[in-house]
Design a protein around this ligand. Structure first.
Ligand SMILES: [Fe+2]
Ligand SMILES: [Fe+2]
Length: 198
């Protein structure tokens, strides 16, 4: 059964109610994992700028995203500090590596796949942060997640626009149609460790 979530372009399957229940029952771990997600999102944007330094549109869009993700990282870390949750490493769920394994190693495919994989991750983050906002009892935390949700929606839009800036729309749509089911499949059975992408 799926949780009550708006249909989000990009995502083939909505998040399950089981994930919402797992997240709410393990909020400290989810908050800590969320901090890791924001740092990784900033890192991915920076890495793409290092890989494609002369792609002006990409550099411009990803500079803005990297800055915003670092701001989110700082904000989540502030919440962790307020709640007495220490920063520490957490084993990553299979989701990220599973998606990255789909990135074809040769250009021009590599850039297209990298942009679409990032777009899918941002879209899923948007959906799941929205579910947290809708289900959290803590009004302040729910408000924080509603704010972040809007940013993540902009981010997946930006990755989509970049893909269609550098590749024909038919090619982008065709590759998205291959990657989106894989993204949903990676989340089809709930990972035992509570994570933003479990
Ligand atoms: Fe973010
Ligand atoms: Fe983001």
């Amino acid at each position: 059964m799926s949780a009550a979530a708006p249909t989000i372009k990009f995502l083939q399957q909505p998040t399950s109610q089981a994930w919402v229940e797992q997240a709410l029952a393990n909020l400290d771990t989810i908050l800590l994992d969320h901090s890791h997600c924001e740092r990784k999102a900033a890192g991915v944007a920076l890495n793409l700028m290092f890989r494609y330094p002369s792609s002006a549109e990409l550099v411009k869009a990803l500079t803005a995203i990297a800055k915003e993700e670092l701001e989110h990282f700082e904000q989540v870390n502030h919440i962790l500090e307020q709640r007495g949750i220490p920063l520490k490493a957490l084993p990553a769920p299979p989701y990220g590596a599973g998606l990255r394994s789909q990135i074809r190693p040769q250009e021009p495919h590599r850039m297209l796949d990298s942009l679409l994989v990032s777009g899918l991750i941002e879209a899923r983050s948007h959906e799941r942060l929205g579910l947290l906002a809708a289900h959290l009892d803590d009004a302040q935390l729910a408000k924080f997640y509603r704010g972040l949700m809007a940013s993540e929606a902009r981010h997946y839009g930006a990755y989509w626009i970049l893909a269609t800036t550098y590749y024909p729309k038919d090619e982008v749509n065709a590759r998205l149609a291959e990657l989106a089911p894989i993204e949903s499949e990676l989340l089809s059975s709930l990972h035992p460790e509570p994570r933003i992408h479990s």
